[in-house]
Design a binder for this molecule. Structure first.
Ligand code: SPV
Ligand code: MG
Length: 505
C-alpha cells in the first residue's frame, strides 16, 4: 500500500516525509483553506502549481498533485501536464467534474461532465506528457454526485481505456461499504486509489487487502493544525503567558531543523568565507593548575572573562564562538559549550569548517583591534606576539626570525616567522591568541592528539603552538604592542577590572 499525506506547504510536506509517508498529496482543499478560500477553483492553476512545486523541491518524496478538474477542457489539461511535469511532480489527479469544481464534501452542486468528455481529457493528459514516469490519476466522482456504483465502474473503465495510469474512487459518508464494493467489482489491472476521509474507521491494511493500492490521507494534517493552533492561542490569552503550553508546542530547535538550518550553515561555512567574514572562535581551557582557568566563572568588573571575550570577538566580526567552561552564563552569552580539555574540545570542533578559526587562551582579554589584525592576515597559522614590553615572566616567550620593526605593519608572507616558543625563547611575548586556516587547525588538532597518544598531559594553547613550532610547522606572528591583558591571579582581575571600569565609565 502506498500511503500519502496531504499538505499545503513545504513544511507540511517535510512533516509527512519525517513521519514516514510514501508521498505527499498537494491538496486543493488544504491549499485553498490555507488562503482562507473555498475549494472551488478560486485559486488559479499557477497558484496551486507554485505550491506543489515548492513541496516537490522540499522533499525527496514523490508529490501527487490534486489538479481539480484540470483547470478547463482537454487543451487546458495538456498545458497543465507540461507545467506540472516541469515542476517535478510525480503524479497528477484530475476529477470528472465541470470547471469550476466544488469540494466533494460540500453538499449541493456536485455535477459530472459526460464520460466521453472526461476520457478525452485523460487521453489529452497522456498525449501531453513527455516524462514516461508521470502518473495520471483519473478521479471518479460518480459516488460523490449520487450517480451510483454502476456509473462509477463504467466511468472508471472508460478512463482506464483512455490511458489513465490509476483511478481514484472518491466517496463520502461514514461507511466504507461503497468503496469495498467498488474494489470488489473492479476487474482491470489499473490500480485503485482511495481517500478515507469520512469513512475513516477502515484501516489502510484492510483497504489494501480489499484491493486498493494507494491511500491518501488528504486533509488530516490541516485539521490537526487548526485544532492545535486554536487551543494554543486560546491558552495564551487565558493564561497571559505561554509557560503552560511550552511542552506542547514544538521548540524552536525543531523549527530550525525543519527549515534545514544545519545544511544552510554547512553551506554557509563552505561558500561564504570568501567574504572575509567567515571565522569561528574557540576559547581553549586554561592551563591546568591556573587559578583563573575557567573563563566562564572569572569575573572582571562585573562581566565574566568569557562574556568579555565574546563581546570583543563579535566586535571583530566573529559570531560562532565555542568555549570550555562549566558556567551557565556561557549559553546566555551565545557561546557553545564544548567538552573540557583541549584535546577533546579540538576533536569536537566540526572538521568541515572552511573558514578560519581564532583560538584564544582562556585567561586573556583583548581589544577588538589586535583580533581584527590577526584575522586580516592569511598564513595557515599566525599568533599574536607583543613586542612592546619586556617579557613579564608569565606569558610564554617567542623568538622571531627577524628583529621586529616597530611602527610598520607587516602582513601576508612578510610576517615574521616564529622560530621558538616557550622556554628559552625571547624577544616577544605570546599574547594568547592565534588564527588558523583549516589546514593550520588540523595541525593543531593533531598536536593535541599526539600529546594524548604520548601520554603527556593535556596542554593549553601556548604549549600546542610550541609543539608545532618545535616540529618546524610554519607559524607566523602578527605583532602588537598593546590591546590585550593577561589574568594570572585574582589581583590581576581586580587591577584590570579597575582599569576597565574607569575606561567604560
Ligand atoms: C483535496 O484534498 O483537495 C481532495 C480530497 O480533493 S478531498 O478534499 O477529500 O475531496
Ligand atoms: Mg481537491
Amino acid at each position: 500500500m502506498i500511503r500519502i499525506a496531504g499538505a499545503h506547504n513545504p513544511l507540511g510536506a517535510r512533516l509527512a516525509e519525517r513521519a514516514g509517508f510514501d508521498g505527499v498529496w498537494s491538496s486543493g482543499l488544504e491549499i485553498s483553506a490555507s488562503h482562507g478560500l473555498p475549494d472551488a477553483d478560486i485559486l488559479t492553476m499557477s497558484e496551486l502549481l507554485a505550491t506543489a512545486r515548492s513541496m516537490a523541491m522540499a522533499v525527496d518524496l514523490p508529490v501527487v498533485a490534486d489538479c481539480d478538474a484540470g483547470y478547463g477542457n482537454a487543451s487546458n489539461v495538456m498545458h497543465m501536464i507540461r507545467q506540472y511535469e516541469a515542476a517535478g511532480i510525480a503524479a497528477v489527479s484530475i476529477e470528472d467534474k465541470p470547471f469550476p469544481k466544488l469540494n466533494s464534501f460540500v453538499p449541493g452542486r456536485q455535477e459530472l461532465v459526460p464520460t466521453d468528455e472526461f476520457a478525452g481529457k485523460i487521453a489529452a493528459a497522456k498525449a501531453a506528457q513527455r516524462d514516461p514516469d508521470l502518473i495520471v490519476i483519473a478521479r471518479i466522482e460518480a459516488l460523490i454526485a449520487g450517480w451510483g456504483m454502476a456509473e462509477a465502474l463504467r466511468r472508471g473503465e472508460a478512463y482506464a481505456e483512455a490511458g489513465a495510469d490509476a483511478v481514484l474512487i472518491h466517496a463520502k459518508g461514514d461507511s466504507p461499504e461503497p468503496i469495498l464494493t467498488f474494489l470488489e467489482r473492479w476487474r482491470l489491472p489499473v490500480p485503485v486509489v482511495v481517500v478515507p476521509t469520512t469513512y475513516h474507521t477502515i484501516s489502510a491494511d484492510e483497504l489494501y487487502r480489499a484491493g486498493a493500492k494507494m491511500v491518501i490521507y488528504a486533509n488530516q494534517g490541516l485539521r490537526a493544525s487548526i485544532t492545535a493552533i486554536s487551543d494554543t492561542f486560546a491558552a495564551i490569552l487565558r493564561d497571559g503567558r505561554t509557560t503552560g503550553i511550552e511542552t506542547r508546542i514544538a521548540p524552536l530547535s525543531t523549527v530550525f531543523d525543519l527549515q534545514g538550518l544545519a545544511r544552510f550553515q554547512q553551506e554557509e561555512s563552505r561558500f561564504l568565507h570568501r567574504t572575509g567574514q567567515q571565522a569561528r572562535a574557540l576559547v581553549l581551557p586554561g592551563d591546568t593548575g591556573s587559578e583563573l582557568a575557567d573563563p566562564g566563572t572569572t569575573t572582571v568588573a562585573g562581566a565574566t572573562v568569557l562574556e568579555r571575550q565574546a563581546g570583543t570577538l563579535r566586535r571583530a566580526g566573529v559570531q560562532d564562538i565555542s568555549a570550555c567552561t562549566d558556567a551557565a552564563t556561557a549559553t546566555a552569552a551565545g557561546v557553545t559549550v564544548r567538552p573540557a580539555g583541549a584535546a577533546e574540545m579540538l576533536a569536537a570542533m566540526e572538521e568541515q569548517f572552511h573558514g578560519r578559526t581564532i583560538v584564544l587562551a582562556s585567561h586573556v582579554l583583548f581589544d577588538p583591534a589586535p583580533l581584527r589584525q590577526l584575522l586580516a592576515d592569511t598564513p595557515d597559522i599566525a599568533v599574536l606576539a607583543d613586542i612592546g614590553q619586556p617579557a613579564s615572566g608569565t606569558a610564554p616567550s617567542i623568538t622571531l626570525d627577524a628583529p621586529p620593526v616597530i611602527g610598520r605593519r607587516l602582513s601576508g608572507d612578510r610576517l615574521p616567522r616564529v622560530v621558538a616558543m616557550g622556554a628559552g625563547a625571547s624577544g616577544a611575548e605570546f599574547a594568547g591568541a592565534a588564527v588558523l586556516s583549516p589546514k593550520g587547525f588540523a595541525a593543531l588538532r593533531d598536536a593535541a592528539a599526539a600529546r594524548r597518544a604520548d601520554g603527556r598531559p593535556d596542554a593549553g594553547l601556548a604549549d600546542l603552538l610550541g609543539d608545532l613550532v618545535a616540529s618546524d610547522w610554519p607559524v607566523h606572528a602578527v605583532l602588537v604592542t598593546a590591546g590585550w591583558a593577561e589574568l594570572i591571579s585574582a589581583d590581576d582581575a581586580d587591577r584590570i577590572g579597575e582599569h576597565l571600569t574607569r575606561e567604560e565609565a
